[in-house]
Design a binder for this molecule. Structure first.
Ligand SMILES: Cc1cc2nc3c(=O)[nH]c(=O)nc-3n(C[C@H](O)[C@H](O)[C@H](O)COP(=O)(O)OP(=O)(O)OC[C@H]3O[C@@H](n4cnc5c(N)ncnc54)[C@H](O)[C@@H]3O)c2cc1C
Length: 357
């Protein structure tokens, strides 16, 4: 249910191909919001507001509506980040009827490291505390972790005139990586993030290294939470590798009593298996990468496809893993025509490619 929309903002975007960008908006935002597409018009609806986007000639005319000014600024930033991403290297201009306030985004929270410990040999849990835990007590599971350079006071991002985040540069540059909130401890005002340690010779892994070296008292920030809502259905299939294991563990732990969960999880070996708890029923199939024949790939995708084939149409299919496996599974889901509201399929990392700061 959308609240009364009192806060408004209009914008004009000048992309290279207005209709092409409208197509990308309509396709991409189905993952995040309700999308209504009619001809040259797209309406995006979420609980933080609406974005009405109309292609006129070579322009996109944008009207944003939100229930609060805070929400309005978040909608603007989210849309601006996406539009520039869709534009890629093409020339692109975005102007707004009012400039953003000169402050950090309202969903940026400073956090303090409380502790860091190994859950398994390759999974390290960092616990963070914060002044106000309430923004994290939602179904949204994902955050952007911001790690400032060691030995310098943190400089957090502001907002540019076009609505995008203004990231600090040079000596103040921060590492940014996406993670899942594994659990929220409301009483202690703490939240947990589980970081896979995935060292490889000669490869820099700033996100994993942060967790390896994290010290109590260290300051970081989180932007979010957002995206990756809890799947709600009486039957759920969960597929993922270690990067998705924190999300799978949380979904299982928070599923309603009576939910029937099936999980296929790829980890390095038996030592990486975790005990997963649920109030429903859970059937887990662990795949051990260490046992695969040398050079083999796509084992997780193969197992997932076998498991998807006999599923009932009302089963929620949740998949997160490496990009190539996700592409394979997405292809199969397309032919199955599975209800889009009953699926979440996202790649969490790409082999050989570092995440972008
Ligand atoms: C929505 C979302 C939620 C996520 N939640 C979690 C989470 O809770 N816990 C978690 O550990 N990760 C999670 N990830 C994945 C994490 O963001 C990436 O693994 C990220 O690349 C780690 O950053 P890094 O600095 O350690 O390595 P990067 O600098 O990004 O990459 C360095 C190298 O490591 C490789 N690499 C990256 N990730 C992996 C991996 N998982 N296995 C093997 N090689 C890898 C890359 O291909 C690259 O060659 C999530 C990703 C998304 C999009």
């Amino acid at each position: 249910m959308i609240a009364i929309q009192d806060f408004k903002l209009s914008g004009t975007a000048l992309p290279k191909d207005a209709i092409g960008m409208l197509d990308e908006i309509a396709e991409h935002f189905t993952e995040h919001s309700d999308v209504l597409r009619t001809g040259n018009h797209v309406l995006l609806k979420s609980d933080i507001g609406t974005a009405d986007i109309r292609a006129e000639g070579d322009r996109l005319l944008i009207e944003l509506n939100s229930p609060s000014d805070e929400a309005l600024q978040l909608v603007r930033t989210m849309l601006a980040e996406h539009l520039f991403y869709f534009a890629g290297d093409d020339p692109f201009e975005l102007n707004w009827s009012e400039l953003p306030p000169p402050a950090s985004p309202s969903n940026l929270y400073e956090m303090t490291v409380v502790s860091a410990e190994d859950v398994t040999p390759r999974m390290r849990r960092v616990k963070f505390s914060c002044a106000d835990i309430s923004p994290f007590m939602r179904d949204d599971m994902h955050v952007r972790l911001l790690v400032p350079p060691k030995g310098r006071p943190p400089v957090w991002p502001g907002i540019r005139e076009d609505g995008r985040l203004a990231w600090p540069k040079g000596e103040d540059k921060i590492v940014v990586r996406i993670y899942t909130i594994r659990a929220v401890d409301v009483e202690r005002r703490e939240l947990w993030i589980d970081f896979l340690q995935h060292p490889a010779p000669g490869v820099h892994t700033p996100g994993a290294d942060f967790a390896r070296d994290a010290q109590p008292g260290q300051t970081v920030a989180l932007i979010g939470p957002g995206g990756g809502d809890m799947p709600k259905a009486s039957r759920i299939l969960l597929v993922g590798d270690e990067s998705a294991l924190p999300a799978i563990a949380r979904i299982a732990a928070e599923a309603e009593p009576g939910t029937r969960l099936q999980a296929i999880i790829e980890v390095e070996d038996e030592a990486e298996q975790q005990v997963l708890t649920t109030r429903g029923t859970l059937d887990v199939q662990w795949l051990h990468r260490a046992n695969y024949p040398t050079g083999s790939t796509g084992m997780l995708a193969d197992e997932a496809i076998n498991a998807i084939a006999p599923l009932e149409a009302d089963t929620f299919i949740w998949v997160a893993c490496e990009k190539k496996d996700v592409r394979t599974i997405k292809g199969v889901l397309k032919t199955r025509n599975h209800d889009r509201k009953l699926k979440y399929v996202a790649w969490y990392w790409e082999r050989g490619v570092a995440a972008r700061d």
